[in-house]
Design a protein around this ligand. Sequence first.
Ligand code: GLU
Length: 462
Amino acid sequence: MIRTRFAPSPTGFLHIGGARTALFSWAYARKHDGKFILRIEDTDVERSTPEAVQAILDGMTWLGLDYDEGPFYQMQRMARYKEVIAQMLAAGTAYHCYCSREELEAMRESQMQAGLKPRYNGHWRPEAGKTLPAAPRDIPPVIRFKNPQHGVVVWDDLVKGRITISNQELDDFIIARDDGTPTYNFCVVVDDHDMGITQVIRGDDHVNNTPRQINLLQALGATIPQYAHLSMILGDDGQKLSKRHGAVSVMQYHEDGYLPEAVLNYLARLGWSHGDDEVFSMQQFCQWFDLDHITPSAAQFNTEKLNWLNAHYIKQSSGAVLALDVTKRLAAKGVMVQDVDLAAALELYKERANNLNELANAVAYFYAPIEPSAELLEKHLTPDVMPILKALAEQLSTIEWTTANIHEAIEAAVTNNGLKFPKIAMPLRVMVTGGTQSPSIDGVMALMEQRKCLMGISKYLV
Ligand code: GLU
């Protein structure tokens, strides 16, 4: 049984990199009929906030990354961590260290001066035949892991290939602080073990933690999961992705009018490929996804491609589905949907929208008073077309209100007067929509109630 997890620290929103990690872990579990677990790593109490937890949960929900277990909160698992620490102390795989801050600083200084990598020198490390100093009573000890001193840690990273780290590079790192709170690497290990994680898929900023975590797992007699370290995501400009690049929080994409399908499809291709396939559903992705086709090199963000996918998924969506979202966007602008069928309007407008905000703006005039600028009226309602428009309005009041009939009436007015189509369509557009950009004006008018549409026009045709 495959068991993967996403383990964010709630110190900020769910960013694009985190969302991709979550997506890959989720897809891997789905592909193998396994379980996907959400674990909130909130032990950094200074930096973790309930708002960030909520932002992560919202982001996961919006993207539809459903988890089978969790969310588990590390802060609620303290008793379990303490239990494992007690077991390790009893087993001799961890020990108390009473070195003061000053002593550690001095140790560091002298190692640096000798040109060595600073590391804990094992002062309090118990060894067969070694006599430890008497424990000072006034110093609360930290607890250190008794890391193996020889040999190497090796793992076959599913993205980066074989990685070998000498144990001499690692030291006896602290697993519990002097106030008894467990440290980051320790909690991750206990959780991955307890939660039966089979593949750890995470950002490659954690590669340095992995040998320590493997040694700890080994000391606990745990099975070692496989590791897949994903390369980082760079911005359009090749620099590390940051706020400078615009939206980095997934919920910001929601606000900016992106569909989750577009963001997911985009993220799926960020460092993973299936031949030349660019556009695919999440169902398809879950069937295709594997860890062999993840590129070890950094992926570069491409806003244009994301925008293109967004426009694609908007076109693919039905007006009815889009209406669910757009109604909320309109309400946020104080525009209440009434009379004109929003789903039908969106069906007409979705072809030209790049995002949902654009779509909401484009249809807003159906529900708000139309106020064309004097300039537009003057430009398009010229004296020569006024009588023609008046006659057309009269004609329109007699027809059955369909796109085809409206089109026919406009067409007749155009030909009978030897004009070009825009000469009539433009003033209509200005009067009906308040602007000069809209899909075909007959279709737009047909969405409105005949009487209301004509009343709107007539007031300009005095
Ligand atoms: N909590 C870590 C982070 O947010 C991830 C730890 C892990 O995946 O092992 O970066």
